[in-house]
Ligand binder design. Structure first.
Ligand code: FES
Length: 216
């Protein structure tokens, strides 16, 4: 920051911009020359910004190389077979916790299928997530059988406790909440899973006890 004085209207102001030689007076739009020391500071500021940008680019490149290597490993495990796309995406989701855009792009490149097709699959199946998930994934079954046994109250109880809606993640990143149509064990409903572990015959008060086990 440097203090500048406009020779045209005598207005003084603190300059935070990035131009090296001239600044525009905010009052009269007159071009004011930035003095030598000020120009040096502006230059330093710009240099620092460039260095930060380059460091960011390097980080990005390193991540892309890492992503490419992981995707390659998974794709080769399935012999680059395009018909195994769902399995490939499941494995990638397990590795990354979710499916970021650069991972899907890399999978599309390595399997030689259009990116739109990869997205079709990733958005069609509820098991895939295109947004970061919390450390613990809660799935509440809202299938007919669980619904008639009180799944809605379980869901309401969990939403109230975590203060999130279905499809959201708690601000501390500990829980993500999802609903599903059927978890495949309709008899002892209502059912919910936490990180794949089944909890059956649930009562709303029990849901609270279950969640307590996963609080950090
Ligand atoms: S309806 Fe809930 S497990 Fe099938």
């Amino acid at each position: 920051m440097v203090e500048l004085l406009c020779q045209h209207c005598n207005y003084r102001w603190d300059y935070h911009g990035e131009t090296r030689f001239y600044a525009t007076c905010p009052r009269c739009r007159y071009k004011v020359r930035i003095p030598g020391e000020a120009a040096r500071r502006v230059r330093l500021k710009r240099l620092r910004k460039n260095m930060e940008r380059e460091a960011g680019d390097e980080k990005k490149t390193a991540r892309l190389i890492g992503v490419a290597a992981i995707v390659k490993g998974v794709v080769e495990e399935y012999s680059r077979d395009r018909s195994m796309m769902i399995q490939v995406l499941l494995r990638l989701q397990k590795s990354f916790g979710w499916l970021p855009r650069d991972v899907l792009t890399e999978a599309s490149k390595q399997l030689k299928v259009p990116l739109s097709h990869v997205y079709q699959i990733a958005t069609f199946y509820k098991v895939f997530s295109l947004a970061p998930r919390g450390r613990h994934l809660i799935r509440v079954c809202m299938g007919t059988s669980c619904k008639v046994r009180g799944a809605e109250q379980i869901l309401e109880q969990i939403q109230g406790l975590l203060k999130i809606e279905s499809g959201e993640t708690t601000p501390d990143g500990n829980f993500s909440l999802e609903t599903t149509k059927c978890l495949g064990c309709c008899g002892p409903g209502p059912v919910m899973t936490v990180d794949g572990k089944y909890y059956v015959n649930l009562k709303p008060a029990e849901a609270k006890l279950v969640l307590r086990r996963y609080v950090r």
